[in-house]
Ligand binder design. Structure first.
Ligand code: URA
Length: 205
Protein backbone atom coordinates (compact mmCIF):
# COMPACT_ATOMS: atom_id res chain seq x y z
CA UNK A 1 0.00 0.00 0.00
CA UNK A 2 1.12 3.53 -0.78
CA UNK A 3 -0.12 4.90 2.52
CA UNK A 4 0.82 4.18 6.10
CA UNK A 5 -2.45 4.28 7.97
CA UNK A 6 -2.14 4.48 11.74
CA UNK A 7 -3.81 1.90 14.01
CA UNK A 8 -6.30 4.44 15.30
CA UNK A 9 -7.06 6.83 12.43
CA UNK A 10 -9.74 8.72 14.35
CA UNK A 11 -7.29 9.55 17.14
CA UNK A 12 -4.58 10.40 14.60
CA UNK A 13 -6.94 12.80 12.79
CA UNK A 14 -7.90 14.47 16.05
CA UNK A 15 -4.23 14.85 17.01
CA UNK A 16 -3.43 16.36 13.60
CA UNK A 17 -6.31 18.80 13.88
CA UNK A 18 -5.23 19.81 17.39
CA UNK A 19 -1.65 20.24 16.22
CA UNK A 20 -2.77 22.66 13.52
CA UNK A 21 -5.10 24.49 15.92
CA UNK A 22 -2.18 25.00 18.32
CA UNK A 23 0.28 26.32 15.75
CA UNK A 24 1.61 29.78 16.51
CA UNK A 25 3.33 30.27 13.15
CA UNK A 26 0.20 30.41 10.96
CA UNK A 27 0.14 32.82 8.01
CA UNK A 28 -0.80 36.21 9.53
CA UNK A 29 -4.18 36.44 7.74
CA UNK A 30 -5.31 33.17 9.36
CA UNK A 31 -5.80 34.99 12.68
CA UNK A 32 -8.75 36.81 11.06
CA UNK A 33 -10.60 33.55 10.36
CA UNK A 34 -13.33 32.42 12.75
CA UNK A 35 -11.89 28.95 13.10
CA UNK A 36 -9.91 26.13 11.63
CA UNK A 37 -11.91 24.10 9.11
CA UNK A 38 -10.63 20.55 9.01
CA UNK A 39 -11.67 17.67 6.73
CA UNK A 40 -14.72 15.47 7.30
CA UNK A 41 -15.49 11.88 6.53
CA UNK A 42 -14.70 8.32 7.55
CA UNK A 43 -11.17 6.88 7.73
CA UNK A 44 -10.77 4.38 4.90
CA UNK A 45 -12.95 6.47 2.56
CA UNK A 46 -12.13 5.21 -0.98
CA UNK A 47 -12.50 8.72 -2.44
CA UNK A 48 -10.95 11.81 -0.87
CA UNK A 49 -11.81 15.23 -2.28
CA UNK A 50 -9.56 18.26 -1.84
CA UNK A 51 -10.91 21.79 -2.32
CA UNK A 52 -9.14 25.13 -2.02
CA UNK A 53 -9.99 26.70 1.32
CA UNK A 54 -13.08 27.28 3.44
CA UNK A 55 -15.36 30.07 2.22
CA UNK A 56 -17.46 32.48 4.22
CA UNK A 57 -20.10 29.91 5.25
CA UNK A 58 -17.56 27.19 5.97
CA UNK A 59 -15.60 29.60 8.18
CA UNK A 60 -18.71 30.24 10.27
CA UNK A 61 -19.93 26.62 10.34
CA UNK A 62 -16.47 25.12 10.89
CA UNK A 63 -17.21 22.49 8.24
CA UNK A 64 -15.93 22.10 4.65
CA UNK A 65 -18.14 22.56 1.59
CA UNK A 66 -21.37 23.71 3.21
CA UNK A 67 -21.75 27.00 1.24
CA UNK A 68 -22.83 27.60 -2.38
CA UNK A 69 -19.93 25.66 -3.91
CA UNK A 70 -20.53 22.85 -1.42
CA UNK A 71 -24.20 22.60 -2.30
CA UNK A 72 -23.36 22.34 -6.00
CA UNK A 73 -20.67 19.79 -5.19
CA UNK A 74 -23.14 17.69 -3.17
CA UNK A 75 -25.63 17.72 -6.03
CA UNK A 76 -22.99 16.65 -8.56
CA UNK A 77 -21.68 13.90 -6.29
CA UNK A 78 -25.17 12.44 -5.84
CA UNK A 79 -25.79 12.68 -9.58
CA UNK A 80 -22.56 10.78 -10.18
CA UNK A 81 -23.89 7.97 -7.99
CA UNK A 82 -21.37 8.55 -5.21
CA UNK A 83 -22.55 8.06 -1.64
CA UNK A 84 -21.40 11.35 -0.12
CA UNK A 85 -21.14 10.14 3.53
CA UNK A 86 -18.67 7.43 2.48
CA UNK A 87 -16.26 10.02 1.08
CA UNK A 88 -13.78 12.31 2.82
CA UNK A 89 -13.81 16.02 1.99
CA UNK A 90 -11.11 18.52 2.92
CA UNK A 91 -9.27 21.62 1.74
CA UNK A 92 -5.67 22.43 0.79
CA UNK A 93 -5.77 25.51 3.03
CA UNK A 94 -7.66 25.23 6.30
CA UNK A 95 -8.50 28.82 7.20
CA UNK A 96 -10.65 31.33 5.30
CA UNK A 97 -8.48 33.98 3.61
CA UNK A 98 -10.49 37.10 2.86
CA UNK A 99 -10.43 40.83 2.46
CA UNK A 100 -12.96 42.75 4.55
CA UNK A 101 -15.01 45.02 2.27
CA UNK A 102 -17.78 46.82 4.12
CA UNK A 103 -20.01 44.11 5.53
CA UNK A 104 -18.95 41.39 3.10
CA UNK A 105 -15.85 39.25 3.34
CA UNK A 106 -14.24 38.87 -0.07
CA UNK A 107 -12.51 35.56 -0.83
CA UNK A 108 -8.77 35.85 -1.49
CA UNK A 109 -6.90 33.08 -3.31
CA UNK A 110 -4.18 31.47 -1.24
CA UNK A 111 -0.67 32.07 -2.59
CA UNK A 112 2.18 29.57 -3.00
CA UNK A 113 3.42 30.26 0.53
CA UNK A 114 -0.03 29.62 2.02
CA UNK A 115 -0.33 26.36 0.09
CA UNK A 116 3.13 25.27 1.22
CA UNK A 117 2.33 26.06 4.85
CA UNK A 118 -0.70 23.71 5.00
CA UNK A 119 0.76 21.07 2.72
CA UNK A 120 2.27 18.79 5.42
CA UNK A 121 -1.12 18.73 7.16
CA UNK A 122 -2.94 17.81 3.95
CA UNK A 123 -0.38 15.11 3.22
CA UNK A 124 -0.71 13.61 6.67
CA UNK A 125 -4.49 13.82 6.51
CA UNK A 126 -4.44 11.80 3.28
CA UNK A 127 -2.06 9.25 4.80
CA UNK A 128 -4.39 8.76 7.78
CA UNK A 129 -7.52 8.35 5.64
CA UNK A 130 -5.76 6.11 3.14
CA UNK A 131 -8.02 6.66 0.12
CA UNK A 132 -7.77 4.70 -3.12
CA UNK A 133 -8.03 7.91 -5.12
CA UNK A 134 -7.64 11.62 -4.30
CA UNK A 135 -9.76 14.01 -6.39
CA UNK A 136 -8.43 17.58 -6.55
CA UNK A 137 -11.03 20.27 -7.15
CA UNK A 138 -9.39 23.22 -8.91
CA UNK A 139 -5.90 24.67 -9.24
CA UNK A 140 -5.02 25.22 -5.59
CA UNK A 141 -5.64 21.60 -4.60
CA UNK A 142 -3.75 20.39 -7.67
CA UNK A 143 -0.81 22.60 -6.75
CA UNK A 144 -0.88 21.52 -3.12
CA UNK A 145 -0.76 17.86 -4.13
CA UNK A 146 1.77 18.01 -6.96
CA UNK A 147 3.90 20.93 -5.77
CA UNK A 148 3.55 22.40 -9.26
CA UNK A 149 1.28 25.04 -10.81
CA UNK A 150 -0.21 22.66 -13.40
CA UNK A 151 -3.03 23.63 -15.77
CA UNK A 152 -6.40 22.05 -14.95
CA UNK A 153 -7.31 21.90 -18.64
CA UNK A 154 -4.33 19.68 -19.40
CA UNK A 155 -4.60 17.36 -16.41
CA UNK A 156 -8.30 16.97 -15.68
CA UNK A 157 -10.12 13.69 -16.13
CA UNK A 158 -7.10 11.39 -15.96
CA UNK A 159 -5.41 9.59 -13.10
CA UNK A 160 -1.85 10.72 -12.39
CA UNK A 161 0.63 9.92 -9.67
CA UNK A 162 2.02 12.69 -7.48
CA UNK A 163 5.68 12.88 -6.37
CA UNK A 164 4.44 11.57 -2.99
CA UNK A 165 2.97 8.47 -4.64
CA UNK A 166 -0.63 9.59 -4.32
CA UNK A 167 -3.11 8.46 -7.03
CA UNK A 168 -4.60 11.76 -8.08
CA UNK A 169 -7.53 12.62 -10.33
CA UNK A 170 -7.72 16.34 -11.08
CA UNK A 171 -10.96 18.08 -11.99
CA UNK A 172 -12.40 21.58 -11.78
CA UNK A 173 -13.59 23.39 -8.67
CA UNK A 174 -17.38 23.66 -8.29
CA UNK A 175 -17.09 27.44 -7.80
CA UNK A 176 -15.74 27.63 -11.36
CA UNK A 177 -19.13 26.29 -12.49
CA UNK A 178 -20.92 28.88 -10.36
CA UNK A 179 -18.91 31.69 -11.95
CA UNK A 180 -19.65 30.74 -15.59
CA UNK A 181 -21.71 33.56 -17.08
CA UNK A 182 -24.09 31.84 -19.47
CA UNK A 183 -26.54 29.05 -18.75
CA UNK A 184 -25.50 26.91 -21.69
CA UNK A 185 -21.83 26.85 -20.68
CA UNK A 186 -22.87 26.18 -17.10
CA UNK A 187 -24.99 23.18 -18.08
CA UNK A 188 -22.27 21.81 -20.36
CA UNK A 189 -19.49 22.23 -17.80
CA UNK A 190 -21.64 20.84 -15.01
CA UNK A 191 -22.35 17.72 -17.09
CA UNK A 192 -18.64 17.34 -17.76
CA UNK A 193 -17.89 17.66 -14.05
CA UNK A 194 -20.50 14.99 -13.19
CA UNK A 195 -18.99 12.79 -15.90
CA UNK A 196 -15.55 13.14 -14.31
CA UNK A 197 -16.93 12.31 -10.88
CA UNK A 198 -18.45 9.15 -12.37
CA UNK A 199 -15.07 8.32 -13.84
CA UNK A 200 -13.40 8.85 -10.45
CA UNK A 201 -15.96 6.50 -8.93
CA UNK A 202 -15.14 3.85 -11.53
CA UNK A 203 -11.45 4.19 -10.67
CA UNK A 204 -12.12 2.99 -7.13
CA UNK A 205 -14.70 0.33 -7.97
N1 URA B 1 -14.60 26.05 -1.56
C1 URA B 1 -13.63 25.22 -1.19
O1 URA B 1 -12.66 25.01 -1.88
N2 URA B 1 -13.76 24.59 -0.03
C2 URA B 1 -14.79 24.76 0.78
O2 URA B 1 -14.81 24.14 1.83
C3 URA B 1 -15.80 25.64 0.35
C4 URA B 1 -15.68 26.28 -0.81
Amino acid sequence: DLFSSPDDPTAALRALREELARRNDLPPWAAEATQLVFGEGPPGAPLLFVGEQPGDEEDIAGRPFVGPAGRLFDRAVVEAGIDRPTTYVTNAVKHFKFKPTGRRRLHQSPDAGDIAYYRPFLKREIEIIGPQLVVSLGATALRALTGKPLAIGKTRGEVMETPDGIRLFPTVHPSYLLRLPDAEAKAREYARFVGELKQAKREVA
